[in-house]
Design a binder for this molecule. Structure first.
Ligand SMILES: [Zn+2]
Ligand SMILES: [Zn+2]
Length: 275
């Protein structure tokens, strides 16, 4: 299989420690063909000179891109390495988002929602039968804002809160309540010819599947969606490229014949059916 991992964190993310070059050596060992480094840039934190994580984005993100390009050149005969960013909460403060977009020359912008206005990251929230629908509703409303904003290449981990709902509780959220807004998000994404990410980091977690799962992938396809990116969301060497093969099987079973990675914001197609 031709494996391209388009969601990888390095030491330039607040929650990861592996140098880019170490990740790339691991990628070569794992027989990855393409790796895109996407360090965290939560746009809300632009302008913070000090925070709990000790990361100043105006320094860490340009450094991530610069180091990625250096390493890319060094290993170009073995693997293609591309410079991306995981841009969090891009619609909260448009001015900060613009600064983030101008900070470096990216190949790929992966948009994500880790928190909604007025709340902490879904990682930190407490979930109860009484609040889970409210939290999901707020989440999908922000996803809708993000796709309307449209300043990205691919939409990350479509149902991110599910990671933590399944990890922390035995609640199984009923997505049928959100069918209308989910369909609206998927329609806008496909009409704008943007990609949907298949994130494999949760296959071996309590959720037991990719984000999004098969149903949402099929619906994206039914609305004319064509572009899928694939990412392990690795924060460690061990997690690099994990379950990408399973992700590809899922993309196939949703009816797609290819997935893609991005170079200079252009999708490069990877065929996944035998010819
Ligand atoms: Zn994320
Ligand atoms: Zn990530």
């Amino acid at each position: 299989m031709y494996l391209c991992d388009s969601h990888i964190h390095s030491e330039f993310s607040f929650d990861a420690e592996v140098p880019v070059e170490e990740m790339v050596k691991q990628g070569i060992a794992n027989n990855l063909k393409v790796m895109t480094i996407t360090d965290h840039c939560d746009a809300v934190a632009i302008g913070e000179t000090d925070n709990e994580f000790g990361v100043v984005l105006e320094k860490s993100i340009p450094a991530s891109v610069k180091e990625t390009k250096r390493v890319a050149k060094l290993y170009e005969d073995k693997i293609k390495v591309l410079a991306g960013v995981e841009l969090g909460e891009p619609t909260h403060f448009p001015d900060k988002t613009q600064i983030a977009l101008n900070m470096a020359d990216y190949d790929f912008i992966l948009a994500s929602t880790h928190e909604v206005r007025g709340r902490e990251d879904f990682y930190f929230l407490e979930y109860t039968r009484g609040n889970v629908d409210t939290l999901l509703s707020e989440y999908f409303n922000e996803q809708l804002e993000v796709v309307k904003w449209n300043g990205f290449d691919s939409l990350a981990h479509f149902d991110y809160p599910a990671r933590y709902i399944y990890e922390k509780t035995d609640i199984k959220p009923d997505y049928t309540k959100f069918n209308n807004i989910i369909d609206e998000i998927l329609k806008i994404l496909s009409e704008n010819n943007k990609a949907l990410e298949v994130n494999t980091s949760t296959i071996q977690k309590p959720l037991g599947r990719t984000t999004p799962g098969l149903d949402i992938l099929k619906r994206f396809k039914s609305f004319g969606g064509k572009l899928i990116t694939l990412g392990s969301d690795a924060h460690t060497k061990e997690a690099l490229g994990q379950d990408l093969d399973k992700g590809i099987e899922l993309i196939k079973s949703a009816g797609f014949t290819s997935y893609c990675y991005y170079e200079n914001h252009q999708p490069v197609s990877v065929n996944i059916v035998k010819d």
